[in-house]
Design a protein around this ligand. Structure first.
Ligand SMILES: [Fe+2]
Length: 297
C-alpha cells in the first residue's frame, strides 16, 4: 500500500480508538438517522495536540491519533473523500484562525460558515456526512456550532411550501475558485431545495449562494431561512468532541469567535464521507477519493 491516504485509512480502521459502544452508535446513526440530524460523541481520545498553528505552513502534528479517530468514524459512515479545492485535496481538513482572516464577518471578509448551509450544495458529489473533531476549543468558549434538521423544519412548513420547495429550482452558485475564496460563481446549477422521497425529503440549502427566480421563490426561501434558524440546535464543541452531521438532512453554521494567535486558538479537524463512491466512479469513468468540481454526473 504505497498511497499515504490508504495507509492512514488502513491504520485508522485498526487503531482509530472507537469503543464497541461508539461504533454501534455511529452505525445506528448511519442506518436509522435521528430527528436532529447529528450525533455527538464527547470527550474522545485524540492524543497529544501541539499548540494551534497560525498558518498552514506552520502545521506540524506528529501524533496522528486524532486523524485516525476521525477517519475510523468516517469510514463507518461511508467512503472518506476530499476535494481538490479544500486543503489541496487532503482527506483530513484542519481549521484554525489565520492571521490574514478577519475575526468577525464584515462585508469585505465574508465567513461562509456563519450562515446556515449544506456543505457543497452546488457540487454533484455532495458529502453525505461531515465528521468534525474538536482538537481545541477557543479560549473564550464563544464558538457555537448550529445544526438545523429538515425533520424539524418540515414541522413548520406548510404543505404548499413543501410542495413548492420540492419543485422550484434555485440557482446554486459555487464558491470554488482557483485564485480566491468566497467567490459566487454561476455554474448553471439549477436544483430544488427538497429532493428525494417527498415524504422524507433530503435537503440542500445555502442561502448566501442561492438565487431565486421569482418573488414567490424568494419569499419561500426567506421563510425557510427564518424557520431553519428557529429550529437550530446549538452545540458547543470542546476538546475531544466528535460531531457527525448528516449533510443531506441538515444545514449547519458556526458563530463568530475570537482568535488570539498564541497557540491556544480553536482547532478543528474535518472529514467527509460519501455513500455513493462506486456510482460516482461509474459516472465519471475514473476511480478517486479526491474530486475536482463536478457539476453534472
Ligand atoms: Fe460548513
Amino acid at each position: 500500500m504505497s498511497n499515504p491516504i490508504d495507509e492512514l485509512l488502513a491504520s485508522s480502521i485498526s487503531t482509530g480508538g472507537l469503543s464497541q459502544a461508539q461504533t454501534e452508535q455511529i452505525l445506528k446513526f448511519r442506518l436509522f438517522g435521528n430527528p436532529q440530524g447529528f450525533l455527538l460523541l464527547p470527550d474522545m481520545p485524540i492524543g497529544d495536540i501541539p499548540a494551534t498553528p497560525v498558518s498552514r505552513e506552520a502545521l506540524c502534528k506528529t501524533d496522528d491519533r486524532s486523524e485516525r479517530l476521525l477517519l475510523q468514524a468516517t469510514a463507518l459512515l461511508g467512503e472518506p473523500i476530499g476535494y481538490v479545492q479544500e486543503s489541496n485535496g487532503g482527506i483530513v481538513n484542519n481549521f484554525f484562525p489565520h492571521q490574514t482572516q478577519s475575526r468577525t464577518a464584515t462585508s469585505d471578509s465574508f465567513d461562509t460558515e456563519l450562515d446556515l448551509h449544506t456543505e457543497n450544495a452546488f457540487h454533484a458529489i455532495q458529502p453525505d456526512y461531515l465528521v468534525l473533531l474538536c482538537l481545541r476549543q477557543d479560549p473564550a468558549a464563544e464558538a457555537i456550532t448550529y445544526v438545523a434538521s429538515i425533520e424539524r423544519i418540515l414541522e413548520r412548513l406548510s404543505y404548499e411550501q413543501q410542495a413548492f420547495l420540492l419543485n422550484e429550482p434555485y440557482n446554486f452558485f459555487s464558491d470554488y475558485s482557483a485564485t480566491e475564496k468566497n467567490q459566487r460563481i454561476d455554474i448553471n446549477k439549477h436544483q430544488t431545495v427538497l429532493y428525494g422521497d417527498p415524504n422524507a425529503p433530503f435537503f440542500r440549502f445555502d442561502p448566501q449562494f442561492m438565487v431565486a427566480y421569482s418573488d414567490r421563490a424568494q419569499r419561500t426561501l426567506d421563510a425557510l431561512h427564518g424557520i431553519a434558524w428557529d429550529v437550530v440546535e446549538p452545540v458547543r464543541l470542546s476538546c475531544g468532541d466528535l460531531l457527525i452531521i448528516d449533510n443531506r438532512r441538515t444545514a449547519h453554521a458556526r458563530s463568530p469567535f475570537t482568535a488570539r494567535f498564541d497557540g491556544t486558538d480553536r482547532w478543528m479537524q474535518r472529514a467527509f464521507a460519501t455513500c455513493n463512491l462506486r456510482f460516482y466512479t461509474e459516472k465519471l469513468g475514473r476511480q478517486s477519493r479526491i474530486f475536482e468540481l463536478v457539476t453534472e454526473l
